[in-house]
Write a protein of this length. Structure first.
Lengths: 396, 206
């Protein structure tokens, strides 16, 4: 089976969550005997191979005033790369990731008459609220779900979300969670690293995420006074970059808790993972979360997580079993959850233990990739019986 | 007779008429079809998309719309409209078994033409009624650069480029480093200028 993945990012080119997801999935697919090719933008046009995955980069130097113009130009060059590639390779399936590759995916589907599978990681209306966001992106989100033979999503929440938003039939959507390499989050490191972020007597409440409205770092700032009243030795470390970082810093200062917050900006992967192990609690107060990989990372690192009862986080965390769920967009409720963990070390230990078990049982690449292969096989089976297979034979 | 079939890509064709391109295409299509050449015109029409009509025995007109709404500038419009144009062109090419050449007008239909050329390996001809560096003077902006890039890619891939006057010929040569032999002048103000275009097509015979 030969599958062509279309994505706007793939390592070493990493911007959001698609790159690590696709990297993990494609590597495991290759191990299981699937031939995987990825077409994506990169620093230069070249073919390369990473862990058996054949990556076809095209140079991403598109002049643009705005993101959509950039994406549409990227899509145009992606189509040309696909056309060039298809002259020497024939693929059985196309697998597209999010609206960023909707148009090339539809082009390839209709031109070569092969089935299209889409993974919807998130939607524009999910990010900005129902009826909000850029209409064109919303339309491309819908188009991808409409044109795809089958859709895979990362959580039960996303399945419901797509049904609610675009009336996608239930049997068209498969929930295939990603995997995570659990061992990569427990390693030895210099204990002095902690001193870079907090004083030795301070307890660390960690936030990891982009500094956007969607991730809700301001909710944590709002929770700080409630927490500090009972635990004055807490230090809030916020890792991530984004347009709202200064706004959150100002908010913390205005609330009189600025000295208890450290906004680190972007951190390298090693330091981030080390910090996850050092932290006493990881707070995830997202307003919208299609999956919530940070919760899994926290579980792998052996740190209790306190999450907002929202989206994919609700699916991952079971209250008081592998984490604490609190009300969405509610600082006082978040403070309650964090204090509960800080107050009760026995509860924290239990949460960590169950969290690690959850990751091992449910978020294993090996197991979840089998599900993806099953989806591929089912689609190919349906395709072989359809008119499309005959039409492919008559393609020029 | 060469060519036997020509695919004409344009973003306007009568009755839709915004600039002289529409009239230019109509005259060219009528002339070529009067010479017994099958002409397939693929044009944009937002009022009547996905229509087909026969203008005479050799002249077929197909219209397409833009599959994406909410586009906000000519660049995003062109890049999204290209998808519908490619799809329709491929359907037609599949149906009739190929065309001898493609002729496109200005940069708006270049994205579709470039991809069709790559996929079907059909020779490409372009008429530049104007080019972006001429339109904007010395202005510099990412949008302008993106349009210039499309025009440059078109020049690189085209067998022949038609322009309307000598000045434009020098502009195309200067801005896009096109060799002189590749640029042909066909002045629409002259009677039977279409003959020059037909003569330009003969480069494929060599």
């Amino acid at each position: 089976m030969k599958v062509l993945h279309l994505a706007w990012e793939f390592p070493p080119w990493k911007v959001g969550g698609i790159a690590p997801y696709l990297s993990g999935l494609s590597k495991t697919l290759v191990k299981k005997g699937v031939e995987v090719h990825v077409v994506c933008p990169g620093p230069e046009t070249k073919d390369s191979e990473m862990d058996g995955v054949k990556v076809h980069y095209f140079k991403a130097d598109f002049p643009s005033n705005d993101f959509i113009s950039w994406v549409l130009q990227m899509n145009f060059f992606m189509k040309r790369r696909i056309t060039e590639l298809w002259k020497s390779e024939k693929f059985d399936l196309i697998h597209a990731h999010d609206w960023l590759s909707t148009l090339p995916a539809i082009y390839a589907k209709h031109t070569y008459r092969v089935p299209l599978i889409a993974t919807v990681h998130d939607t524009e209306q999910g990010r900005w609220g129902k009826g909000q966001g850029i209409p064109m992106i919303n339309e491309l989100d819908w188009k991808l779900t409409y044109e795809a033979w089958k859709i895979s999503v990362l959580s039960d929440f996303m399945k419901w979300h797509l049904q609610d938003l675009f009336n996608v039939p239930e049997d068209k959507i498969w929930v295939i969670p990603p995997g995570i390499e659990a061992d990569g989050y427990r390693f030895e490191f210099d204990p002095n690293l902690r001193n870079n972020f907090a004083a030795p007597w301070e307890r660390i409440v960690l936030f990891v995420g982009r500094m956007f409205h969607q991730k809700g770092c301001d909710i944590l700032v709002g929770a700080a006074p409630f927490i500090l009243k009972e635990f004055p030795d807490v230090k809030f470390v916020c890792v991530g970059e984004g347009y709202a970082r200064m706004q959150y810093t100002d908010l913390a200062n205005w609330m009189g808790v600025g000295q208890k917050f450290y906004f680190t900006g972007f951190l390298d992967e090693f330091t981030k993972r080390a910090l996850m192990q050092l932290a006493d609690v990881i707070a995830i107060p997202s307003r919208h979360e299609p999956f919530g990989i940070v919760a899994l990372e926290g579980m792998c690192a052996g740190t209790p997580v306190v999450v907002a009862d929202e989206g994919g986080l609700s699916n991952i965390v079971q209250h008081e079993y592998n984490g604490i769920k609190v009300w969405k967009e509610h600082s006082e409720s978040l403070a309650w959850g964090i204090k509960k963990v800080l107050r009760d070390p026995e509860l924290a230990r239990r949460l960590v233990e169950s969290g690690f078990k959850t990751v091992r049982e449910r978020y294993d690449w090996d197991k979840n990739t089998n599900l993806m292969i099953k989806l591929y096989e089912e689609v190919l089976g349906e395709y072989e019986k359809s008119d499309w297979a005959k039409a492919k034979a008559t393609s020029p | 007779m060469f060519p036997e079939r020509v695919l004409l890509l344009t973003w306007e064709y009568p009755p839709r008429s915004i600039s002289p391109i529409s009239h230019y295409c109509k005259q060219l299509a009528d002339y070529l079809s009067s010479k017994g050449i099958d002409v397939i015109v693929l044009t944009y029409d937002d009022q009547k998309p996905n229509k087909f009509y026969l203008e005479n025995d050799n002249l077929f007109v197909f219209t397409v719309g833009n599959p994406v709404h909410g586009v906000y500038n000519p660049l995003t419009w062109s890049l999204t409209m290209a998808y519908e144009m490619e799809k329709k062109a491929l359907d037609v090419i599949r149906e009739i078994g190929g065309v001898d050449l493609m002729h496109t007008q200005d940069w708006l239909t270049i994205p579709a033409a470039l991809l069709l050329k790559e996929y079907t390996e059909t020779p490409l001809f372009i008429t530049f009624h104007s080019i972006e560096p001429v339109r904007v003077g010395g202005a510099c902006d990412p949008y302008i650069e993106a349009v210039k890039r499309l025009e440059y890619e078109g020049c690189k891939e085209a067998e022949k480029i038609f322009v309307n006057n000598l000045w434009m010929k020098y502009q195309v040569m200067y801005h896009y480093s096109v060799p002189e032999r590749k640029v042909e002048i066909a002045i629409p103000q002259r009677k039977l200028w279409m003959k020059d275009v037909l003569k330009g097509y003969e480069v494929l015979k060599r």
